[in-house]
Design a protein around this ligand. Structure first.
Ligand code: HEC
Length: 295
């Protein structure tokens, strides 16, 4: 069955060729013109569509040489530990990480005792007591990181209407991944001439639209690292971003190790298989068939 466009096209061709003495060339010309218009329209709409992509009004982050980007490289676990400290002391005032529990830190950045001590710093709702009143209890290893706000409305009310997103998976949820998060955290500038930023927003060229509801969070010396690393803005941004990569991709190291094992074992198997195949075929491949004329 012919589609609507094909029918229109055929009728146009007929019209054109009947009014012309050179029928075939004319219809050929017509079809090329028709397709030219179609292509131009498609191209035009493509251009319009791409120019409407929301992220295009932001500066693209540069590519940074992350320690863990190589095929053979694991995450920097000291950096994860420092990154947790940045999250705890700065970001956790506004951002939840509802899918990470204290037990997840064990063996990654903290020992079991350390993780338990961190959990015990927080209070969680406990059982109902004998008089029917709700109680609170100390945190345990199995508890998830506490949410800074009781609900979304409270979070928005405290942040001029903007909602601080949960950070567990944020590295995977944004274009540019680590590079974007790092650039965002270190990318606060005075707005350039002619750019007006609404009251309550901050200028950040990496954020789509350029005006973000999160004011600058990291300042040189803002925290004191327990391992003595100088807490510059870029150091803290790098550490917290590494921590967020781990939270979004906790199997990162294991995945690469398994991949490497797989490649090594499979390449051994390929070698053995090729040798075996050549050996089995060697009889057939090296035989010689001779034909003699009948005496
Ligand atoms: C004072 C509260 C506050 C603190 C502290 C804070 N943020 Fe935010 N953050 C926000 C708000 C509000 C938004 C939403 C901004 C918007 O949508 O305009 C946000 C958004 C973000 C985003 C998402 C940006 C996007 O592309 O949508 C990231 C990533 C982020 N914050 C990371 C961090 C990190 C890392 C820290 C700690 C170093 C931190 N934030 C500390 C309030 C905060």
């Amino acid at each position: 069955m012919a589609t609507g466009a094909q029918v229109v096209f055929r009728r146009l061709c007929k019209l054109y060729s009947s009014s012309s003495t050179k029928g075939t060339t004319a219809s050929f010309k017509m079809s090329s013109r028709y397709f030219g218009t179609l292509a131009a329209a498609a191209f035009g709409s493509g251009v319009v569509l791409t120019s409407l992509v929301a992220s295009d009004d932001a500066v693209h982050p540069p590519k940074y040489p992350w320690d863990h980007k190589g095929v053979f490289s694991a995450l920097d676990h000291r950096s994860i530990r420092r990154g947790y400290q940045v999250y705890k002391e700065v970001c956790s005032a506004c951002h939840s990480m509802q899918y990470v529990a204290f037990r997840h830190l064990v063996g990654v950045s903290h020992t079991e005792e350390e993780a338990r001590a961190l959990a015990e710093e927080y209070e969680y709702p406990g059982d109902i007591d004998e008089e029917g009143n709700p109680t609170t209890r100390q945190g345990k290893l199995s508890d998830y990181f506490p949410n800074p706000y009781p609900n979304e409305e409270a979070a928005r009310a405290a942040n001029n209407g903007a909602l601080p997103p949960d950070l567990t998976l944020i590295v995977l949820a944004r274009h540019g991944e680590e590079d974007y998060i790092f650039s965002l955290l270190t990318g606060y500038y005075d707005p350039p001439a002619g750019v007006e930023v609404r009251e309550g927003l901050a200028y950040n060229p990496y954020f789509p639209g350029g005006a973000i509801g999160m004011p600058q969070q990291l300042f040189d010396g803002g925290i004191e690292y327990e391992d003595g690393t100088p807490a510059t803005v870029s150091q803290m941004a790098k550490d917290v971003t590494t921590f967020l990569r781990w939270s979004a991709d906790p199997k990162h190291d294991e995945r690469k190790r398994m991949g490497m094992k797989g490649v090594i074992i499979l390449s051994l198997l390929v070698g053995i298989t090729l040798y075996w195949k050549r050996q089995k075929w060697s009889l057939l491949k090296s035989r010689k068939i001779l034909y003699y004329e009948r005496p």
